[in-house]
Design a protein around this ligand. Structure first.
Ligand SMILES: [Zn+2]
Length: 303
């Protein structure tokens, strides 16, 4: 009995709604110009809309009948996605470091591109994340151009993907390191409450995941006592507006000024044959690095 009553009310409400819809002439005016294909889509949409109306009316009928079943709250607006800019280092005529193994010239720019595109795929598996790549083909791109691209696309984080080469002291360098800002300068347009703390959190989290693959903290003289984090101030006396020394690395300097937490991940040493064979010599191994990066980023950002 209650159901019959509800259906009666549903029909009544639909009739009222359809009458009021037909009175809204403006929204229908464009239909005469639709192509056949669009018209079919439009019909489908109309059927779906009608079903939705029926569901709404059904709920409304229940409410009127004094039913205490809760009516579904309207869906909240989806949160703005976290935008992560991934930057495959080098490209085009800038090949990065290179070595010959098994008769093949291996170029850093290509390894970076593989890790970066794979990292994008892994990160996109998390909810509410948007990933952009500074380059998706083998082209030259300046550091300023890369950061401008990130800033103009409202990136919240900037992760530059690299592979390392033998350090200046000629030790047989091996392992991973992350470069971040040496300054606590915090511009007014900063995306986070502390660029410095955010970069450090990202760096440690990514290093932890890379370590989990067996890629240890680099034995480079600059980082062996800093848990794999390299912070390097300029050598020519530049400063940030707060008077602190500017960063030596141009990308990090630009990231700080853009207010975007920026790190450079040096995954392994291409110059070290063991690193190459263990971590860089196949797409599957590069994908494993990317996966570790993604897990480290996700853990740091709470994705
Ligand atoms: Zn590089």
């Amino acid at each position: 009995m209650k159901r019959v009553c509800t259906y009666f009310m549903s029909s009544l409400m639909i009739a009222i709604i359809l009458v009021s819809m037909s009175a809204c002439g403006n929204s229908k005016a464009g239909q005469t110009e639709m192509s056949a294909e669009t018209a079919v889509e439009s019909q489908t949409a109309t059927v779906e809309q009608t079903t939705e109306i029926e569901e709404q009316v059904y709920n409304s009928g229940n409410e009127n009948a004094g039913n205490s079943e809760p009516v579904a709250e309207p869906e909240p607006e989806p949160a703005r996605p976290v935008i992560i800019c991934i930057d495959p280092g080098h490209g085009g005529s800038e090949e990065g470091t290179k070595e010959t193994y098994d008769g093949n010239l291996v170029m850093e720019k290509n390894l970076n591109a593989r890790i970066a595109s794979s990292l994008k795929s892994y990160l996109e598996q998390y909810n509410n994340v948007q990933v952009i790549l500074t380059r998706s083909s083998d082209v030259n791109m300046g550091l300023g151009e890369r950061m401008n691209y990130a800033a103009s696309n409202n990136a919240d984080y900037f992760i530059s993907v690299h592979v390392n080469s033998r350090s200046q002291d000629e030790v047989n360098s091996t392992g991973s390191m992350v470069l971040m800002s040496c300054s606590r300068y915090q511009p007014s347009n900063a995306k986070v409450s502390s660029l410095y703390d955010t970069e450090r959190l990202l760096a440690k989290s990514i290093l932890s995941k890379l370590n989990g693959l067996g890629l240890l903290i680099a034995n480079d003289f600059n980082v062996e006592n800093t848990e794999g984090i390299l912070q390097r101030p300029t050598t020519v006396g530049e400063t940030y507006p707060d008077g602190s020394p500017a960063d030596y690395y141009g990308l990090i300097y630009r990231g700080t000024n853009a207010g975007i937490p920026t790190i450079i991940v040096e995954h392994a040493f291409l110059s070290n044959e063991s690193d190459y064979r263990n971590f860089l010599c196949t797409d599957a191994k590069l994908d494993a690095l990317a996966r570790a990066d993604a897990e480290g980023i996700a853990a740091a950002l709470g994705l």
